[in-house]
Each structure stands twice: as structure tokens, then as C-alpha cells.
Design a protein around this ligand. Structure first.
Ligand SMILES: [Ca+2]
Ligand SMILES: [Ca+2]
Length: 533
């Protein structure tokens, strides 16, 4: 049954312009929507192409988790899976004490490299992550987390070839960058005004080590301080209340920019600022006061759940992206997950569920459709952030688990059954990272259903990718509409057909355009990714 027929003779002029190569591809001049299918028409692309589908990849595996049940050779599992996932961007935590455990000297304009520790266990664990990024072409954001209230350094290496000569002096005390700041609210804090130059020098030292000494081309951007909207705590005579010092954050960022320019390293890294915890006012202030300094902005999101309507997600990101577009800068989702937190931010109830994979992809599509250029899932794998950390601090939101013996079963949160057990969301996230490559153009699609999201992407290699994420209880028929046709491989994230091992979901079907339409059935609680051959 043919419902509508339209012939656009004018388009004949463009017939034969191929969108890609591999299968039959080109432009189709007739349009015919098959009966019973809802049209998903490809219109105009968003202004910015994708900057990367990434993960939080904090470098504690070799430094901290070897003493928490992991074996050194297990690092190969991390490497193998990250490659399988084709993760495009890593957000990487660094603490200043790893490389500047005590102040190098009392002059923030001159570095005493004798007092800089480049080969600590912590730094070597960081280099292992960066080596992997280099190997797979991932871009890296270095987030210098903040100032530690209590320094916890590993005094020596397992082999004993290097001992941190400053560990005994620094350990158990507030890091020297915390001078002038008596905040007592969190394990990490902001920088008092009197130490801003020293903080800027420290960050400059780190970037010089990574870019000039170690030649890491993967390191592309930096973020000063994690979630400063709540965590940039400063308490002193100027800030008696011990609360986040927003003006201090702005001032610190400006000094950082000036210092990087003076040290001639500003061109080596982008400044990714705001990094707010769902705090639009903080983002707006950052855009207002740091719009000229920032290269891009990011915000975090743990607001939504499996049954959140698309509109809530797109409205949230629309507002963020519109804000940063005012100064011509893109907006990135620096962290995201669900809102199913237990008593601590290291647990979410839904982390073992299949449904979370559908939710993650639907969130991603909604963010892309509303103007985000990419996102970084918190977190790549379960691990401890410090050797001395309590079980409560054990981060358990990963795409896979840690060694099974390191878990105890908690109410509503089962423990894994095997070592490094893969969670279903691994496969859903991997589908996106494998097929929507960095630099893809984004075409939002409107499904008319608040629990089904869709987007089209045109990759840099000329291939089209269509994605549908259906969190609803109903199967629904859609037809992607595009004048560029071609043949497609169909990949499905489906509860009854998850892979058993580390390999990604394989294509199980093919689809093709006919008369500008490619009909598909979007299964309830499923994800479809269609990739042009
Ligand atoms: Ca210093
Ligand atoms: Ca110095």
C-alpha cells in the first residue's frame, strides 16, 4: 500500500551524488512513505559535529587497585575492553600531589624540577591510561580535581626502584595548595586567593610534563576542578561561610589562562570549563565571565531515569547549549548516569539492569538532539579511588565490575557473579561509541513519542548512522526519511540477545532505503543502530 507519492524532478540534477561507498548509495528522487510507519525525516544538521563519546577513566587501576584485589596483569582486560568499546574520549582525574607533593619552591614563576615527581606510582598509572588513549586515538581531558584535604601518596613502588622522597613529608596533611583555606566540608576543596598563582604553576607543570616531556598528543584539553559549582569550597577571612567560592573559581581560571600563555603552553590544550553539577546558574556565570577564555563548557547530569520523557532531557540540554552558544562555544556532558543513587554517589540501583543501556542511549540521543557535542559516561569500570578507601567509597557504576570477591551483596544491589563481570550497559554504550565516530554531523529526529528518541548522524567517512532508543512498552514502526539512500547493517541491543563475552553486538539484519524511506520496527525496551555499508 502506497500512501503518498511525490516526485521531485528538480532533484534529478543531483541524482548520483553518493553519500558514501560500499553498498549501493546515492540520492533518491521519489518519496513514498510505507503505510503504518511514522516518518522520521532528516532535516538540518546541528551547528556542531560530535566531539566524542567518552568515559570517565580515572587512573587508579595500577596504582591503587592492585592492593584492592586486582592483579597487575588484569590491566590487559581494561585495555582490551576499552579497545572493543572504541571509546573516543577519556576524562581523567589527576591530583596535584602526584607530581608536586610539596611546593617546588616559593616562586610560582620558576619551576624547581628537582622537587617534581614524574615517576611516582600514581603518575605511572596515569601514563598507562594515556598510553592506551594514544594507541586507540582517544582524546583526553585532564581534570585537575582540586586540593586534597588529606594527602595520601604511595611512598614507593612495588619493585622499589623509585621512592617518593616527599611522601612522608606530605602524607596525612593538607596539600600545600590548600594553604589559606580551612574548609572542612569535603575531601577536596578550592584554592584560596593567596595560592592561585601556585595552583596555576602546578597545572602548568602537569601540562608541561604530559605535552612536552612525555609527548602525549592524546591530551587535548584540561578542566580545572571537578564540579566547582558545589565543590570549590573555600573558608577563610574573605569566605567565612565555607561554601563554594564562585568568584574565586572565575578568578582562578583567568589566572590559569594567563599563566598558560606566559608559559607558552596555552595553544597545547583547550580549556573545558564550568564542569558544573547540574547547576545552570554556575554555567551561566562561567559563560558570562569566562566566555572568552573557555574553548568549550561542560555540565554533569544525574537528574533523569528510565521513564523520564524526552522533553525533560532536551529542555535541560537546550538551555545549556543555548547558553554556551551565546559566546560561540560548544557544550559537552562531562558526566552522566541515572538518578537512582543509593545513600552514596558510588552506587545506583539500576546499574546491573538491561534497561539502563536503553536509558543511556536515549539520554545520549536527546542530548545530541538538543545541542550537546558529546558526553562522558561515569564511569568506565568499578574501582577503588584510593588504597585506603572504605567499601562505601568503592565506585560501582562501571560498564563492568571489579573482582567478585571484593563485593558484598547490599540491599537491592546484587554482587557480581564473576570477576570483572560485564554489565549489559557495556554493549549499549559500545554500540554508540563504535558507530557514531568523532566528527559526525548530528540530525535530530522527532519520534512523537516521549519515551522513544532518534537521531541520524553523518560520519566523517560519508556513512550515515541511524539510532533509535525505545524505553516504552510498545513496539513501534518508523521509517527514516532521507534523500540519500543506501544499504545498512542493523545492530540491536535486545535483552534476549546480549553477547556473552567482551565483543560488541554484531549486526543481525540489513535494511535499505526505498523511495527515500527506510522502514524499521523499534522494539519495546530496545536500541537499534543502523550503519550504512
Ligand atoms: Ca609551586
Ligand atoms: Ca615554583
Amino acid at each position: 500500500m502506497k500512501k503518498r507519492l511525490a516526485v521531485f524532478l528538480g532533484l534529478m540534477l543531483f541524482a548520483g551524488v553518493a553519500a558514501g561507498c560500499g553498498g549501493p548509495a546515492g540520492k533518491n528522487d521519489t518519496y513514498l512513505l510505507p503505510d503504518g510507519y511514522k516518518e522520521l525525516a532528516v532535516g538540518r544538521a546541528m551547528e556542531n559535529a560530535t566531539d566524542g563519546i567518552g568515559v570517565e577513566f580515572d587512573p587508579h587501576f595500577l596504582s591503587q587497585n592492585i592492593s584492592k584485589g586486582a592483579a597487575k596483569e588484569d590491566w590487559e582486560i581494561v585495555r582490551r575492553r576499552t579497545k572493543e568499546l572504541k571509546i573516543q574520549k577519556f576524562r581523567v582525574q589527576v591530583l596535584p600531589e602526584w607530581f608536586e607533593p610539596v611546593n617546588d619552591n616559593d616562586d610560582p614563576d620558576t619551576v624547581n624540577w628537582e622537587n617534581i615527581t614524574k615517576e611516582t606510582e600514581e603518575m605511572k598509572s596515569l601514563y598507562a591510561v594515556l598510553d592506551l588513549a594514544e594507541e586507540i586515538g582517544a582524546h583526553v581531558n585532564i581534570t585537575l580535581w582540586g586540593v586534597s584535604k588529606t594527602v595520601k601518596l604511595i611512598p614507593g613502588t612495588l619493585s622499589g626502584e623509585f621512592k617518593n622522597p616527599f611522601a612522608a613529608e606530605a602524607n596525612g596533611k593538607k596539600h600545600f595548595l590548600g594553604e589559606g583555606n580551612d574548609s572542612n566540608k569535603n575531601w577536596i576543596m578550592g584554592v584560596a586567593e593567596e595560592m592561585e598563582e601556585e595552583w596555576a604553576e602546578s597545572f602548568s607543570i602537569l601540562v608541561q610534563i604530559l605535552k612536552k616531556d612525555k609527548n602525549y598528543s592524546c591530551v587535548k584539553e584540561i578542566t580545572p576542578v571537578n564540579e566547582p559549582s558545589w565543590a570549590y569550597y573555600v573558608q577563610n577571612a574573605q569566605n567565612p561561610k565555607d561554601e563554594a567560592d564562585w568568584d574565586g573559581y572565575v578568578r582562578m581560571c583567568k589566572k590559569l589562562d594567563a599563566k598558560f600563555k606566559a608559559d607558552q603552553i596555552r595553544d597545547l590544550v583547550l580549556f573545558n570549563l564550568s564542569d558544573d553539577a547540574e547547576n545552570y546558574d554556575f554555567l551561566a556565570k562561567s559563560v558570562e565571565e569566562l566566555g572568552e577564555i573557555a574553548d568549550l563548557f561542560n555540565s554533569h547530569n544525574y537528574k533523569f531515569n528510565h521513564d523520564t520523557p524526552n522533553q525533560n532531557m532536551t529542555e535541560w540540554e537546550d538551555r545549556n547549549a543555548a547558553q554556551t552558544a551565546r559566546v560561540g562555544k560548544p557544550h559537552f556532558i562531562g558526566e552522566f548516569g541515572s538518578n537512582q543513587n543509593r545513600s552514596t554517589s558510588t552506587r545506583q540501583y539500576d546499574v546491573y539492569t538491561y534497561e539502563r543501556g536503553v536509558f543511556l542511549v536515549r539520554s545520549m540521543l536527546n542530548y545530541f538532539n538538543a545541542g550537546a557535542v558529546g558526553m562522558s559516561y561515569w564511569v568506565l569500570f568499578d574501582q577503588y579511588y584510593n588504597r585506603g578507601a572504605s567499601y562505601n567509597e568503592f565506585m560501582q557504576l562501571g560498564l563492568w565490575c571489579h573482582k567478585k570477591d571484593t563485593y558484598v551483596s547490599e540491599p537491592e544491589l546484587p554482587a557480581p557473579e564473576t570477576d570483572y563481570q560485564i554489565r549489559p550497559q557495556y554493549y549499549a554504550y559500545g554500540l554508540m561509541a563504535n558507530h557514531v565516530s568523532r566528527g559526525s554531523k548530528i540530525y535530530p529526529l522527532r519520534t512523537g513519542d516521549e519515551l522513544i528518541a532518534a537521531s541520524a548522524f553523518l560520519r566523517g567517512d560519508g556513512k550515515w548512522v541511524y539510532v533509535l532508543a525505545n524505553s516504552s512498552d510498545a513496539d513501534k514502526k518508523f521509517a527514516f526519511r532521507n534523500e540519500f539512500y543506501g544499504e545498512f547493517d542493523v545492530y540491536a541491543y535486545a535483552e534476549d540477545a546480549l553477547p556473552a563475552g567482551e565483543a560488541m553486538i554484531a549486526a543481525t539484519d540489513t535494511a535499505a532505503f526505498e523511495n527515500q524511506c527506510m522502514p524499521v520496527t523499534s522494539k519495546a525496551h530496545g536500541v537499534l543502530v543502523l550503519v550504512q555499508k
